[in-house]
Design a binder for this molecule. Sequence first.
Ligand code: AMP
Length: 408
Amino acid sequence: MVDLLPGEIEQWQALEAIIRETARRYHFQEIRTPVMEQTELIARGVGQLTDIVSKEMFAFDRGEDRYVLRPEGTAPVARAFVQHHLAQRGGCQRLFYIGPFFRAERPQKGRQRQFHQFGAELIGASGAIADVEIIAFMLAVYRQVGISNITLKLNSVGDPASRNAFRKALHDYFLPLKDDLSEISRKRLDTNPMRILDSKEEEDQPLKAGAPKIIDYLTPESKAHFDAVITLLEKMHIPFERDPFLVRGLDYYTETAFELVSPDLGSQDALGGGGRYDLLIEEVGGQPTPAVGFACGIERLMIACEALGITLADPAGPDLYFVTRGEEAAQWALENMPALRGKGIVCTMDYSGRSLKAQMKDANRQGARFAVIVGEQELADNRFTLRNMAESDEVTVSPDELADRILP
Ligand code: AMP
């Protein structure tokens, strides 16, 4: 878990502003769900056998109730959609979120126990156009940030009938090779053989290469959907790479699956991912409702920014620093700052009666644009020295003139 400190927080705020502005243009509305959910929801929604549910949950009980810190955002949004009958608002629901998520993973660069995601869900549309809108929204954020060194990987995990046929084919293929598989893949052979395709273990790589491809097992409907997504991506000039091994770690995906990877991230190279989840809303108690969404890691986006030398915002210094001599002058500053702040001028002062020299140094260190010097003589004359810090030139002003001198 990490603290976000001043200096860094400005980057986060700038990114959040980009996400919100992109969401506004795509006409997605924000949704905020609690950081805790009932364990049952996440277990059902994400899937009992997934790494997230079986190994990575922060879970605790209160009386009869069992809770987890939310490990992802889609199941909670699906719950909220059902609980608040959002379908009754009519049409598709276009929702986005930004917030913290929690997984008890082994921490490393780009992998934390509390991390942050932004994501979007388009609920109520089954057509390939919705898949492409979601992908376009996700990519628009990275384009706006200035990260262009990225690859969109695309696959289909099919509908349940496609997947059943594919699972059987995978099982048949890997069974004779069982002894050569990694330990983790051996375990997955019976429970979830599609996850073997996800394996990063070295010994699995040559075995994976010859494995059946899901594309050959898609039902005609799933194949048609996948083809439609590909045609639309090409129409939109959105480059992508087909990745037959892309299955993603969450159970609720159907049909389209995608991931965004970056060479600037090291071993944790996924910036984000998503796909269609046509069965989830029903799984968490709603009417059958098709949906598609994405989720992206904010920390990893920041790592990519750092690698590419992208600065989203610089911490801004105050516009005006009141350098005061004596108690009366300090009180005068205190009284005069609110009106200036009301005009949008960022004001600050020294609170501990330090020497003029120390205060000027502090103004410099904080990056103040101007300093105004307030002492007994200045108060008596009602004329003050206003110093432009960058240009080191000074003018004498009355209090009424201060704002005009400072505002650009
Ligand atoms: P997922 O929900 O697993 O598909 O994750 C979506 C994105 O969230 C990933 O591509 C990462 O960018 C980010 N992410 C997931 N888990 C973590 C983590 N433990 N630490 C940092 N980022 C993460």
